[in-house]
Design a protein around this ligand. Structure first.
Ligand SMILES: CC(C)(COP(=O)(O)OP(=O)(O)OC[C@H]1O[C@@H](n2cnc3c(N)ncnc32)[C@H](O)[C@@H]1OP(=O)(O)O)[C@@H](O)C(=O)NCCC(=O)NCCS
Length: 199
């Protein structure tokens, strides 16, 4: 499973992923039901230079999960969404682990997640990630203070980012040489743009 930070050139892939979600999945992700226009406006406002979006990719180089880290003053918000047919395979767990490491690399001292109180998978994911749970205005709130990363963890992040970008290119190459139905929608130019390091 390739998981890497997305770049500003992948905004349309993020839009496509969120717009493909059912009303119920939109409600779980955003804690309210959102129209296509509202989701599109949200994606337009994502600031890739300040915030982080991690993408999990399948073997066709298609996004199957997103994890967002939105910087706040006292705490930064995390949010997750995994494609329904890919759930229960620990993709969410990998995303939260990697996003928390990314938050620590950014010097963020505290992260939180808001979710509907009956959202069992998110509650389990947050608990396993060492977050403390509470209920605020009927919604579940999970938070955790973070420590600075060790030198080994820093090295691990940069090594995995480099490897995942290399793997992604390899996957695109294989998909590109497959049948038209399996070929990635990315042009070589889009691919190069997508791999431009995030600020
Ligand atoms: C929450 C979500 C991201 C989890 O993704 P996932 O890839 O299925 O997560 P994992 O496979 O790592 O599972 C996480 C935990 O939930 C459990 N779980 C998964 N599906 C479950 C289900 N249908 N019912 C109960 N528990 C479930 C897993 O067993 C795991 O717990 P464990 O580590 O104690 O075994 C995914 O369900 C999703 O996209 N939901 C809609 C959006 C959302 O709710 N976002 C949260 C608010 S931001």
């Amino acid at each position: 499973m390739i998981i890497r930070a997305l770049t500003v050139f992948e905004r349309e892939a993020v839009r496509k992923f969120y717009l493909s979600l059912s009303p119920d999945d939109r409600r779980k992700r955003f804690c309210c039901t959102l129209s296509d226009d509202t989701i599109s406006g949200y994606v337009d406002r994502v600031d890739f230079t300040r915030d982080t979006i991690l993408g999990a990719f399948d073997e066709q180089a298609k996004i199957v999960g997103l994890a967002e880290l939105v910087r706040g003053t006292e705490a930064s918000e995390m949010a997750f969404s995994v494609r329904p047919d890919k759930r229960g395979q620990k993709i969410g767990t990998k995303l939260i682990q990697k996003l928390m490491l990314r938050a620590r690399l950014c010097g963020i001292a505290k992260v939180f997640v808001m979710f509907l109180s009956d959202n069992t998978p998110m509650r389990r994911m947050a608990t396993r990630a060492g977050m403390a749970l509470s209920i605020v205005d009927g919604e579940a709130h999970a938070e955790r203070e973070l420590q600075a990363p060790s030198a080994e963890e820093l090295a691990q992040w940069f090594m995995e980012e480099g490897l995942s970008r290399g793997e992604y290119v390899g996957t695109l190459g294989m998909v590109g040489s497959g049948s038209p139905s399996t070929r990635s929608a990315n042009t070589p130019h889009e691919t190069l743009q997508a791999l431009t390091p995030a600020a």
